[in-house]
Ligand binder design. Structure first.
Ligand SMILES: [Zn+2]
Length: 385
């Protein structure tokens, strides 16, 4: 089979999965619906349709700085509710999916597949019972940490902060969390974790794992990007690495500019928060995101080719069977040049095919690899029950 050669046709006929978007904050804080106009966001139903995005893992992310350790579960449940309500409000367009087969079935019926992943192990408040409850509600992955080290896993986000109590990777309970996720059939997600947590996870898991939104450290020095050794380990694990679109993770120049802005940006964030704190209210996500965006646009857009270089590099090291898309839409202040919303995803396919990737390669990258891992993880869970 020679296969298709027209990138537009390849993209529109593929099943496209994105494993990370922070849109649920909008559902809850802004009472914004997925079928509404974009209104400053990067992802909605119309842009997904235009970009032939078929399935989205929505990030259930609780800001540990705003909600505190003891309110993580409440906020987690509200975000899950906000996402599930979207499906109830537009049942003709959206379908909740909790298995790989359901994604394929939703796609065949012309429905957008809604999935959920928790971003940050602090959401379980050190309880395997809560982890199981989230699974029962439909959550199908969890990043072991966000930018914060929790009570059982170190994060890359604060690994150099001596004031934080670290664990040298995963604690014995952290390993239990990984094992319980394996048993349940929940994807173990290593985006955001420290290097040692990554290696402890690789040694602990008995099923393939994912990085829902991580790029390559060989190209861009961000501490939460993956080294070539990690990418090779993901290949050996038969997992999948989804490339993140954040300019600070895909373009070294942009990252340096972003880091240089940090003190000034933090000052602006603190000033913005004063009002909310005075009222005893958590700072809405869109407010802090807006501040970040104001600073990001001062730097300008990162070159589109920097993003494509990251796909290329992950494929070179981990292989075409271990790469995918994890945009981080609505969680990043600005995407790279040429990407304004999910409607622009066909450009990624066109650019990669221009570099020689085939239709079959693209079908793997756009969604096939994630579906394979999802199926493997759930099959392994069923066997152990
Ligand atoms: Zn993230």
């Amino acid at each position: 089979m020679t296969g298709m050669t027209d990138p537009a046709q390849v993209h529109s006929s593929a099943l496209v999965v994105d494993t990370h978007a922070d849109t649920p904050q909008r559902f809850v804080d802004e009472h914004w619906n997925f079928t509404d106009p974009l209104d400053g966001g990067m992802l909605n139903y119309d842009s997904a349709k235009k970009g032939n995005l078929d399935a989205q893992f929505f990030s259930i992310w609780v800001d540990p700085n705003q909600y505190g350790a003891n309110a993580s579960a409440r906020r987690t449940l509200e975000l899950i509710d906000g996402t599930l309500e979207q499906v109830l409000k537009a049942p003709d367009k959206l379908q909740l999916c909790t298995t790989a087969d359901q994604i394929i079935e939703a796609h065949s019926r012309g429905k957008f597949a809604v999935l959920m992943g928790i971003e940050g192990g602090h959401s379980i408040e050190d309880s395997l019972g809560l982890l199981r409850d989230y699974y029962r509600l439909g959550v199908r992955y969890m990043t072991l940490t966000w930018s914060n080290t929790n009570n059982w896993a170190d994060s890359s986000g604060d690994i150099d902060d001596a004031t934080i109590k670290h664990h040298d990777g995963l604690t014995p309970f952290g390993k239990q969390v990984v094992q319980e996720m394996n048993r349940l059939g929940m994807l173990v997600d290593i985006s955001h974790v420290s290097d040692k947590t990554f290696w402890d996870t690789i040694a602990t898991t008995r099923t393939p794992i994912i990085a829902s939104h991580s790029s390559a450290r060989a190209l861009t020095q961000a501490g939460r990007n993956m080294t070539d050794e990690m990418l090779a380990a993901m290949k050996k694990n038969n997992g999948v690495v989804m490339v993140n679109f954040f300019p600070a993770f895909i373009d070294e120049q942009w990252r340096l500019a972003w880091n240089a802005q940090k003190p000034e940006r933090q000052k602006a964030q603190d000033a913005m928060e004063v009002d909310y704190k005075a009222k005893g209210l958590p700072v809405p996500y869109n407010a802090s995101n807006k501040t970040d965006r104001e600073f990001a646009v001062k730097i300008g857009r990162a070159p589109f080719n920097s993003l494509i270089d990251h796909f290329d590099h992950v494929i070179k090291i981990a292989g075409i069977d271990h790469v995918g898309i994890g945009t981080d839409f609505d969680g990043i202040p600005v995407p790279p040049e040429g990407i304004d919303s999910a409607a622009d995803l066909p450009k990624v396919t066109a650019a990669l095919m221009a570099r020689g990737y085939t239709a079959e390669d693209m079908r793997k990258l756009l969604g096939g690899n994630l579906l394979r891992v999802f199926r493997d993880v759930q099959a392994a869970a069923d066997k152990s029950k």
